[in-house]
Write a new protein. Structure first.
Length: 216
């Protein structure tokens, strides 16, 4: 059985867009989430491990939320789920928050740090590195109807659409798999999170990419 680890943020966790203003976030059911779709499409020869966290960044400590730094937790997650055949990495959306003040290129540099951690680890088969599939996260959409959220992401609509060129160049330099989700999906009603239809499209696209990297 092959093991695929999906390391990401709230769009890997399955945040329901309409719950953005609710007292607490709601989560899409497992069968609806793109990771659940991925598991279904890959079948019983694969095990899909979900590791999504709301607010997770690439390498930044969030002053308003504890333990959101992906760099800090990634080594333990790789260790706890080894041996891994493949890691699917989709992070960067939360780095667009105003509090971090980083450019699209710097966000990609944060992703590079994580990618290099994965590709230099012993978390794969026979203590070798696992393979990597890098996903550029979805673009940020309109948030004019959510002024409190928009204030946290003042330049994100523009900057998020600059990410693909940086992620694609990074994937090429690393020689890893790459998928630009912005060509496939748009965010839901809150301009950040994915609705059920987007999860389905993403899950199917990732499944096709995984099958190409890890043929049965």
């Amino acid at each position: 059985m092959k093991t695929v680890l999906c390391f990401g943020d709230s769009n890997t966790w399955g945040f329901v867009p309409e719950s953005i203003t609710a007292p607490f976030p709601e989560r899409h059911p497992y069968a609806v989430r793109w990771t659940g779709i991925l598991a279904r499409e890959l079948g019983s020869a694969f095990r899909v491990v979900e590791e999504g966290q709301n607010g997770r960044t690439t390498v930044h400590d969030d002053p308003f939320a504890a333990v959101r730094n992906g760099k800090a937790v990634l080594p333990a997650i790789l260790e706890s789920h080894k041996p891994l055949d493949l890691v699917v990495l989709m992070l960067g959306t939360n780095d667009l928050k105003n509090v971090f003040g980083v450019s699209p290129g710097e966000i990609a540099t944060g992703v590079k740090v994580l990618a290099q951690m994965i590709l230099s680890s012993d978390a794969g088969i026979m203590n070798r590195p696992p393979k990597l599939l890098l996903l550029c996260p979805p673009a940020i959409g309109d948030q004019l109807h959510l002024p409190d959220i928009a204030a946290k992401f003042p330049n994100a609509q523009k900057d998020s659409r600059k990410l693909p060129k940086h992620y694609e160049a990074l994937a090429a330099s690393l020689g890893c798999g790459y998928l630009n989700t912005q060509t496939l999906i748009e965010p839901g009603s809150d301009g950040i999170h994915l609705d059920a239809a987007a999860h389905a499209r993403l899950g199917n696209a990732v499944a096709a990419a995984v099958k190409a990297i890890l043929p049965s």
